[in-house]
Ligand binder design. Structure first.
Ligand SMILES: [Ca+2]
Ligand SMILES: [Ca+2]
Length: 417
């Protein structure tokens, strides 16, 4: 009888094991999180054992819901489809799912009924556990991170994580000057909107005519030298009517355009994000739909200046897997020959070329419609106004003078709305 009981138990065990561990086992981290999107990706240390789980102290929050600094991560009890976990000195990067409480009912070795709402578990159906050491992220033996890579520098890993299926972005560093903000006394742009607390936290380009597909990028702590938001599009080189990718950025007083982390993490339509802190990227704008080493027209738009388009398609360099972060530079300030069309910019006192101010209705032309918007808005103060062409927060005669200087300008066809 004893022999029969044991056999019976083993049959049940085997059945449950098969049921629990029917899963797709991706050998790479990016494939794993694409197939089975985690609720949380964190860097940290398993500081103490806790039954069949660990207390996990979070050092960095990469993606997902907000949590306390220390969370419960539950592992296997001997029969579940989870990793075994135990405390160690290793710094780990874990892609975690909300706990399914299975360890409470099949708690063969653990603390029974201890898995609670808000706890997490570590799936074994793929690569959900990575190692971090001296700034490098590594996959465990026999596993991969992404694109055949066994190791990535941590900042690059974080970038790669943003793209669909960890597709690495191309990074574009643009330089441009806005005529309206240029100051002859300093030979750089002023930052009056930022200084006056008048810049919106969210870009203005998610409305007509731009209709930027906002990812709700939100910047609460603007870099101190920010002039204004700008909007950049990449166009297909064979058909400029096709917008391949787009991003919003922050123009700095020296002309460099910083990228904003756009939280483009929606692995599936039902994914609910809690936004983490803003990340402003001084390297430039990140694009996830554009492909490295392919050419695109670059379009730079500003809410009340006439936008510009690169004269030719520009090749965007490949984002390296390991090593220094690389980006493509494109400098609109160096001359009229950087842009499509004639007389699309004006030379400033310091020899740099600037986008032309005065397009209040953003149609790519400076016409009487812009003047009408100026008159309707005249005398407004301390705000973020379309006819505030010199970007100091008020609508005055100085703005009108900029309009008059540029009236009649018509932008290149990709900036005409
Ligand atoms: Ca206009
Ligand atoms: Ca003004």
């Amino acid at each position: 009888m004893r022999f029969i009981s044991i056999s019976f138990f083993l049959i049940i065990l085997t059945t449950q094991l098969n049921f629990a561990c029917t899963c797709i086992d991706n050998a790479d981290f990016c494939g794993s999180i694409a197939n089975n999107p985690p609720d949380l990706i964190v860097k940290g240390v398993a500081i103490a054992n806790n039954g069949h789980g660990v207390k996990f102290a979070i050092l960095d929050h990469l993606i997902g819901v907000e949590t306390p600094d220390t969370i419960n991560v539950w592992g296997d009890t001997g029969i579940l489809c989870r990793h075994y976990v135990s405390a160690s000195a290793d710094t780990l990067i874990l892609a975690l799912h909300y706990v399914d409480y299975m360890g409470n009912t099949i708690g063969l070795s653990g603390t029974v009924n201890s898995e609670r709402a808000g706890d997490f578990m570590l799936s074994v159906c793929g690569t959900f556990k990575l190692f971090y050491e001296n700034g490098i992220v590594k996959a465990p033996s026999g596993r991969k991170l992404t694109y055949g890579s066994q190791a990535l520098q941590y900042p690059i890993f974080k970038d790669v994580l943003q793209g669909p299926r960890c597709k690495p972005p191309v990074v574009l560093s643009l330089k441009a000057v806005l005529e309206g903000a240029y100051k002859t006394t300093t030979d750089i742009m002023h930052t009056n909107l930022k200084d006056g607390g008048l810049l919106p936290e969210i870009s203005p380009y998610d409305q007509t005519p731009w209709n930027y597909l906002s990812q709700q990028e939100k910047v609460i702590d603007m870099p101190y030298n920010t002039v204004d938001w700008v909007y950049v599009k990449l166009l297909d080189k064979n058909d400029p009517n096709i917008v391949v990718d787009e991003a919003v950025g922050l123009l700095q007083d020296n002309g460099l355009i910083y990228g904003v982390d756009d939280k483009r993490n929606n692995w599936n339509a039902n994914y609910n994000w809690t936004y983490l802190d803003d990340i402003v990227d001084s390297r430039g704008l990140r694009f996830y739909n554009a492909n490295p080493n392919e050419e695109y027209y670059i379009v730079l738009l500003h809410r009340n200046h006439v936008g510009v388009v690169s004269k030719d398609p520009v090749s965007l360099v490949r984002f390296p897997q390991v090593g220094a972060t690389q980006h493509t530079d494109y400098d609109f300030t160096i001359g009229l020959n950087t842009v499509m069309g004639n007389n699309q910019m004006r030379e400033m006192q310091n020899g740099e070329y600037a986008l032309l101010a005065g397009d209040a209705n953003n149609d790519g032309r400076i016409t009487i419609h812009d003047m009408n918007i100026f008159y309707l808005g005249a005398s407004q103060i301390n705000g973020y106004y379309a006819p505030d062409f010199n970007l100091e927060g008020n609508v005055t005669i100085h703005d009108f003078n900029l309009y008059i200087k540029n009236a009649g300008t018509i932008g290149a066809s990709p900036v005409i709305y």
